[in-house]
Design a protein around this ligand. Structure first.
Ligand code: AMP
Length: 210
């Protein structure tokens, strides 16, 4: 209730003076963030940044950063903040003219969220909203195992690694919802349904932030 009021207040007073639209697409692994981010980036003319994709690109190129990240990813652990935050910032800097960003898979820890807030504040902008795709654990495990049949991702094939990724999400990542909820910026979106239905729900929420 308080968060809803705060959201309404922010809307009518337009406390966000930045013209950029920066969104965090949030949710457990397998909740559909990547699929939805690809659709939303086109629809709203935003730049989509997935830290998981950036790490997989580095691994594909066998860079030192990629090799380091792989050690953690293969176990379903988070890559340390000092590696992840620098990589994310470099990627943002490559798009100085972006109308805004969709962050997918970042932030995943409260320190990552705090560093993102400070980094955006330096650019006179902020996070407009965090949209959490709400999907229960058994559904995400089933989706990831299904995706693993052709994703080629080693972390998608083993149920115990998948369960570990969900445990890590609940312990280290879920508190980020509260972090942005304090500012009335967090919303839950039903993440079960057809891809188009979910895009519609997210689009309605984004239109409300503009
Ligand atoms: P994803 O493609 O978002 O499911 O990420 C795959 C894996 O990459 C995760 O299980 C983590 O090991 C790693 N990873 C991706 N993003 C982050 C992040 N923001 N912080 C730490 N590790 C990450």
């Amino acid at each position: 209730m308080f968060a809803q009021l705060l959201r309404f207040w922010r809307k009518i007073t337009k406390t966000n003076t930045s013209t950029m639209l920066n969104l965090i697409l949030f949710g457990p692994p397998g909740s559909g963030k990547g699929t939805q981010a690809k659709k939303l980036e086109k629809k709203f003319n935003l730049v989509h940044i997935s830290t998981g994709d950036l790490f997989r690109h580095e691994i594909g190129n066998k860079t030192p950063l990629g090799m380091k990240a792989k050690e953690f990813m293969d176990k379903g652990h988070l890559v340390p903040d000092e590696i992840t935050i620098g990589m994310l910032q470099n990627k943002v800097e490559k798009h100085p003219d972006a109308a805004g960003f969709i962050f997918d898979g970042f932030p995943r820890t409260v320190p990552q969220a705090e560093s993102l807030d400070a980094f955006l504040a330096d650019k006179d902008t902020t996070i407009a909203g965090l949209l959490m795709l709400d999907v229960d654990d058994d559904e995400v495990v089933a989706r990831i195992l299904n995706r693993g049949k052709d994703s080629g991702r080693s972390d998608d094939n083993d149920e115990s690694i998948i369960r570990n990724r969900i445990k890590v999400f609940n312990a280290q990542t879920a508190p980020i919802f509260e972090h942005y909820d304090k500012f009335g910026k967090s919303q839950k979106i039903n993440g079960v349904g057809s891809i188009d239905e979910i895009t519609e729900r997210l689009s309605d929420a984004i239109n409300n932030l503009m």
